[in-house]
Design a protein around this ligand. Sequence first.
Ligand code: SF4
Ligand code: SF4
Length: 376
Amino acid sequence: MRGDEDGLTALVEEARWALDVCNACQFCDGYCAVFPALKRRQSLALADLALLSNLCHNCRSCYHACQYAPPHAFAVNLPKSLSRLRHQSYRDHAWPKALAGRLRRNGRFVLSVTLLAVVATLLLAVLWLPPEVLLGRHAGPGAFYRVLPWGVIAGAAGLAAGWSLLAVGLGVVAFWRSLGPPPAGAAMLPALREALRDAATLRNLGGGGVGCNDRDERFSQARRRFHHAMAYGFALCFASTMVATAYDHLLGWPAPYPVLSAPVLLGCLGGAGLMVGTAGLALLQRRAHPGPVAPELIGADRALLAQLFLTAASGFCLLAARETPAMGPLLAIHLGIVLGFFITLPCGKFLHAPFRAAALLRAALERQASGNGRSR
Ligand code: SF4
Ligand code: SF4
């Protein structure tokens, strides 16, 4: 416990020092939203550090541009310091509090829970279903539900998704509250529009627009493209689930659907985006320059990428084998991976998305209040 406090104090001091140097230097002011937000502050309380860290998209441009980065004696390493602070902000606002401990070096934990969910779902299917049902051929409308009843699939997925929504939502609310009341005179709607645009386009990812420094001082748009593929792939998979739910409950058309139907086409496009995006990001991470990387956080990144890749891959396997005896076990495996993803969502890397969106909104509100709505 004492070690934790000492570590946190050292982390905060290191970040304050680096940001003080940046405030004096101002070389990177046009790179992202962190630097203008820094300039709007006279001092850096813990809440300010949490906000700045969540505004950072970890593009690493400021590290490669910095004349004070290691081996300089100042050792300014903003991406690394802000990554650690960002992770600390997830721990500080985790709900329930017990999850804070699970957010430490949690790649193995996230993958273990996912594996456990897969094994448990498969085991339940083997113990519960007669072999001729689990390994039988099922075709036509309602085929999935002849293996696992709709109530079981919807109940398990609904519980896991409800849990993650509640836990992530309360965590983000706690983070928002910790930032204090929104600045007076800020217009919420324009700020919301600006924040949504910044989040959807990843405007801050890439040193003022020229790209990230994934490997070295050369700029590249690869990270932005892979991240877009992953994020929009995720959104399309969600849309596919929503359309399928509407087909089933509003129109009375139960899954599975033909290949040329909206849920399958949306799911295929989304799944392809997820696989390409996560594989690309994993590759970039392997090749990344180690200087601006916080090594203890790599496991959490990889675990989320693996979860999303496996969700899409198992979905494709299920689609390819849905009229064969492998459909039952594949359905159980896919459901297990989805359950593992949702159960671990409030204590994994996925938290960066809602926390960053909240930080972007707060920065947009500050710009509105200072009458500087269009700049970063
Ligand atoms: S990261 Fe380095 S170059 Fe950029 S503003 Fe800070 S001190 Fe200056
Ligand atoms: S977003 Fe990029 S430029 Fe901005 S602080 Fe983070 S690493 Fe540096």
